[in-house]
Design a protein around this ligand. Structure first.
Ligand code: ADP
Ligand code: MG
Length: 268
């Protein structure tokens, strides 16, 4: 922690892929929880108007009087937006459908791409001592996702092991490149994460082979298996680590957290 080369403040990771249903929210919830279990202080920013990460962590809509939208558009104070979750060390900025109008409302704002960047760097953040901020992006390359990429140090890309998986990546990488040129030159790819992986399925093996051949070490060693416990946990409003701590899904997200922490420790 005392390394002078480490950037001050939390490490900010955007979890992005413009495709829906690839495991962004599942990764946001369970990687956050696994990092918290490893002793980190973690903030999950729900940037998807669907609010699935907020629901999956048990913040019911009635409790979401102030949301990420208020943080971005209304300059709401952090203390009014950030909530503690049931998981020790895990906090959330919740979202509701009011976020869906953000793209239009932000359009006339000159600083429109920097709103999340600035919100996460306000002095009031220091009091929380977050080690990590994970941002759950919507399934689009909209202004909200661009805000996440401008705010973040890196992008984590969940990749579902299916036929056209790699084609979608080039569009995402183009956006990353544009953000690097315009607003955030140091934005890195944190890693590509194979999700819903089934080692008995040839297609999974093929997608993994292609990804490792084409992308190299940026693909995480850890793969997230298809595991029904992961899809059940949100309806109990807890991360899988709490719902079924020894399930394959739990073990995989713990392994991912360790892989991430090891990378970051060796880069310090
Ligand atoms: P996204 O946020 O990218 O739209 P989600 O994380 O919401 O994707 O996942 C889409 C659906 O797939 C959800 O119903 C989720 O519970 C399920 N799911 C995600 N990852 C897994 C997995 N590894 N195994 C089984 N089901 C999964
Ligand atoms: Mg989602």
């Amino acid at each position: 922690m005392s390394d002078p080369t480490r950037p001050p403040g939390p490490r900010i990771i955007a979890i992005a892929n413009q495709k829906g249903g690839v495991g962004k929210t599942t990764t946001a919830i369970n990687l956050s929880a696994a990092l918290a279990e490893a002793g980190m202080n973690v903030l999950l920013v729900d940037l998807d108007p669907q609010g699935n990460a907020s629901t999956g962590l048990g913040i019911d809509p009635a409790q979401r009087s102030k949301t990420t939208y208020d943080l971005l558009v209304e300059d709401a104070p952090l203390q009014e937006v950030i909530r503690k979750t049931r998981v020790d060390g895990l906090w959330i900025c919740p979202a509701t459908t009011d976020m869906s109008s953000a793209d239009i409302e932000l359009f006339s704002n000159a600083k429109r791409s920097f709103l999340l960047h600035d919100a996460l760097r306000q002095p009031a953040m220091d009091a929380y001592h977050f080690d990590y901020v994970l941002i759950d992006c919507p399934p689009s390359l909209s202004l909200l996702t661009v805000n996440a990429m401008v705010a973040a140090h890196s992008v984590l890309v969940p990749l579902q092991a299916e036929f056209y998986a790699l084609e979608g990546l080039s569009q995402l990488m183009l956006t990353v490149r544009e953000v690097r040129h315009s607003a955030n030159k140091d934005l890195r790819i944190e890693g590509v994460l194979l999700t819903m992986y089934d080692s008995r399925n040839n297609l999974s093996l093929q997608v993994e082979q292609d990804a490792r051949d084409n992308l190299g070490p940026v693909v995480f060693q850890t793969r997230i298996p298809r595991n029904v416990r992961l899809s059940e946990a949100p309806s109990f409003a807890v991360p899988v680590l709490e719902y079924d701590p020894l399930s394959k899904g739990s073990l995989a997200y713990r392994a991912l957290a360790q892989e991430l922490l090891a990378r970051h420790n060796s880069n310090r």
